[in-house]
Design a protein around this ligand. Structure first.
Ligand code: PFF
Length: 506
């Protein structure tokens, strides 16, 4: 695969690309977020909306983003600019959302680095919830009580950022591809061990029953649906500029449809596989404490991986220590390949728009993003993280997905993309795809968006003070919109927009 399109870099092999894109998709979302979403929405209750979300939005949007990046050969803003000049901003919006997600994603990774260290001696003690909130995070009384910064998290955050920076600085084949070639196979082995052990523990069966029993009554709850769509986007790295950017580095002849399917199955398969291990372990925990599985994690949430799991590992003796080390190493491996894709998605857009070289942009972006990350290392960090994550994933990411299907469905026209991908793919995508992109996805995403905004306005979120939601949630969203406008208004370097290797034309 040679370098084309203004030396912007390319994958050195198809396997390298697939590993990288699977690496982007498989991340904290699969091991940390998915189980707590499942748990929060009653286990099996979540499976139906999640499955629907994958079929209706996940796979069609994956094909859309793969093809857009490949056909227009640019980061998200450049691809949109080339495809529909007036809609460049639809590429900037996810670019800046990716930037903000990176600020807290790196902090969760940093926690995992600390916990990896603790796991060797199970130094989180016997009361792991208290350890996590009081000793480790020094969680304050509310979202406005900053209460200083946590030194040990700062150090591991620095390590995470050094890796992010170094890998992205080294470029597509020289950095990102190499990282994924090492970490993805490692991750599979590590999670294989966790899942095997998880399902063979005493009481695991009860956990799996909760995972596999659908609760039809939950289907009328809009929160479950918006949670399922939000999780689908987050998990598949959709509507966050990463997929478009990664596929823009592909060579001319690539089976796009097949690659999109492989990515979806690998990610969702891994996610489900991980959930089996996680629920097995939760079942064991319930068995040890003689409580129902649905009560074992208390209010679960963000802390599931950092409170409940250490507790189980502690209670398992020596084998628990080994399992703890493996579990947190798996989280780190999965998270790094994803955080690097967020940094790449953001950097690629800025590199193209400013014409400044990769090394400079990646360095500046890492410095700025790492500095903002410090907010989450404070005593109020967990509250702010929870609010920002909720606003971005429930509104901005789904909103971007909505805009993408509208612009492709009605302006760029789905057939233009479908013909491009079908020409180079073995499996053809049928005209059903046009209907999903043009009608089905916009209606469903639009409905979820309006309903969840209504829910937010009338009910708030998790009992946080309105002021906190306005400042951290709405405030961050407004800043993202302002950044989107500023970036769109800036001029492109000469000739970049029209002058590129148009694969279709030769
Ligand atoms: N898909 C990643 C995960 O599941 O953890 C998160 C993510 C990475 C989202 C990169 C978006 C992205 F561009």
């Amino acid at each position: 695969m040679d370098d084309n399109n203004n030396n912007r870099g390319s994958w050195s092999s198809k396997t390298g690309f697939l590993l990288a894109i699977i690496g982007s998709a498989v991340g904290l979302g699969n091991i940390w977020r998915y189980p707590y979403m499942l748990y929060k929405y009653g286990g099996g209750a979540f499976l139906i909306p999640y499955f629907v979300a994958i079929i209706i939005a996940g796979i069609p949007l994956l094909i859309l983003e793969y093809t857009l990046g490949h056909k227009f050969r640019g980061s998200a803003p450049l691809s949109f600019k080339r495809a529909a000049s007036k809609f460049e901003w639809v590429g900037w919006l996810p670019t800046f959302v990716a930037f903000v997600i990176m600020t807290f994603y790196s902090v969760i990774l940093a926690w995992a680095v600390n916990y990896f260290g603790f796991a060797f001696t199970a130094s989180w003690g016997n009361n792991t919830s208290e350890f996590f909130t009081k000793s480790f995070l020094k969680l304050s009384g509310g979202p406005f009580e900053i209460n200083g910064f946590q030194f040990q998290i700062l150090i591991s955050l620095l390590v995470v950022w050094l890796i992010n920076w170094f890998v992205t600085y080294k470029g597509i084949s020289g950095g990102i591809e190499k990282l994924n070639k090492v970490l993805i196979p490692t991750l599979l082995v590590l999670m294989g061990i966790v899942v095997f052990k998880g399902v063979t523990l005493e009481g695991a069966k009860d956990g799996l029953n909760v995972l596999f029993t659908p609760d039809w009554s939950k289907l009328s709850d809009i929160k479950v649906w918006s949670g399922a769509f939000g999780q689908t986007f987050f998990s598949l790295s959709l509507a966050l500029a990463a997929i478009i950017t990664y596929s823009s580095y592909l060579p001319k002849k690539t089976d796009l449809n097949n690659s999109a399917m492989i990515t979806a199955f690998a990610n969702c398969g891994f996610e489900f596989f991980a959930a089996i291990g996680v629920f097995g372990i939760l079942g064991h925990m319930a068995h040890l404490h003689n409580v129902p599985v649905t009560e074992v994690a208390g209010n679960g949430g963000v802390g599931l991986a950092f409170m409940v799991f250490p507790q189980v590992f502690s209670e398992m003796g020596a084998i628990g220590k080994v399992l703890g080390v493996i579990f947190f190493l798996a989280i780190i491996s999965a998270g790094l390949t994803s955080s690097v894709s967020l940094l790449e998605a953001f950097s690629a857009s800025v590199i193209e728009k400013t014409g400044v070289n990769r090394k400079k942009i990646v360095t500046i972006a890492s410095l700025v993003c790492a500095s903002i990350s410090l907010v989450y290392v404070s005593g109020a960090g967990l509250y702010i993280l929870d609010i920002v994550d909720h606003y971005l994933n429930s509104f901005l990411v789904i909103g971007t997905g909505f805009l993408e299907v509208i612009v492709v469905g009605w302006i760029i026209k789905p057939n233009n993309l479908r013909e491009h991908s079908n020409k180079i793919s073995i499996i053809n995508v049928g005209s059903w795809w046009n209907i999903i992109i043009k009608y089905v996805a916009p209606v469903i995403l639009g409905f979820i968006l309006v309903a969840s905004i209504y829910e937010e306005i009338t009910k708030g979120y998790e009992g946080y003070p309105v002021k906190a939601l306005l400042i951290y949630g709405v405030g961050t969203s407004i800043l993202i919109v302002i950044a989107t406008i500023v970036a769109t208004v800036k001029k492109w370097p000469d000739n970049l927009v029209d002058d590129y290797d148009k694969f279709d034309e030769d």
